[in-house]
Write a protein that binds this ligand. Structure first.
Ligand code: HEC
Length: 231
């Protein structure tokens, strides 16, 4: 369970959240009265939970930028609990509920879903700046929070990208950018649980991680014919 502080970002947080997902279902660890712990008696999951939540390596009481503390952020919501308890295989009823909740969370821009500036979207797709739990929290007055899409997706084939998610190279070239496609991509960025109940992709809109303009710019990067993603 390696968490590299330097690369922690939106996707890192998602990975972190999934650490919490995995350990959430496990029995609580007894750390003993002295506060000393016996690592040899812990399962891998318990050790992971201990290192992340209790060892003091991170200050879980620090305030985070969306409000509340780091510990609040690491506490599973109902959807995460279901996904972790079912190992990402929710029953049809559970999946239906997650999808319904996700759909209800989506707010649409006034005047319709449009494409913004793909150049800015390129920077925002690449960057991991924003809501990291670090010793010097990302100052939003210095720089706009970004989407970190490359951590999980290949986009411009000239740049390295992750493979946790499918490649988005040529996405707009293959699908165009009509109303239905724009709506799907918008909803995926806003709250992908509307389509994939236990997805690893973050809820960038529903969690207020990206502004409406940032989503429009990233959408342009994914869909606009002039974007390097589609050339
Ligand atoms: C933590 C990893 C992660 C991050 C970060 C991430 N995604 Fe995803 N994305 C996924 C996964 C995984 C899927 C596939 C859905 C699934 O199976 O869960 C996906 C699916 C998609 C799809 C649908 C692809 C299709 O087949 O139609 C789009 C579009 C997309 N992501 C765009 C983005 C954009 C834009 C960003 C940045 C704002 C982003 N993603 C950030 C993991 C991620």
């Amino acid at each position: 369970m390696m968490l590299n502080i330097k690369t922690r970002n939106a996707a890192g947080l998602a990975a972190l959240a999934s650490v919490a997902l995995i350990v959430g279902a496990c029995a609580a660890v007894d750390y003993g009265e002295s506060g000393k712990v016996d690592y040899t008696k812990m399962s891998a999951e318990e050790l992971g939970e201990y290192l992340v939540m209790e060892s003091g390596s991170w200050n879980m009481d620090q305030e985070v930028q969306e409000g509340g503390t780091a510990r609040d952020r690491m506490t599973q919501d109902a959807m995460q609990k279901v996904c972790s308890e079912t190992r990402n295989q929710p029953s049809p009823e559970q999946a239906g509920q997650i999808i319904a909740d996700a759909r209800a969370s989506i707010q649409y821009p006034e005047g319709g879903i449009r494409l913004g500036d793909w150049r800015n979207g390129r920077d925002l797709s690449w960057g991991g700046f924003g809501f990291r739990i670090v010793h010097n929290p990302d100052d939003h007055s210095l720089r706009e929070p970004s989407g970190n899409c490359y951590n999980c997706h290949t986009m411009d084939p000239a740049r390295p990208g992750g493979n946790l998610g499918p490649s988005l190279t040529g996405y707009g070239a293959q699908r165009g950018n009509n109303e239905a496609t724009r709506r799907f991509v918008y909803e995926m960025i806003y709250n992908p649980h509307a389509y994939f109940p236990c997805t690893a992709m973050p809820r960038m809109g529903a969690k207020n991680l990206l502004s409406e303009q940032a989503i429009a710019d990233i959408m342009a990067y994914v869909l606009h014919p002039d974007s390097p993603v589609n050339r």
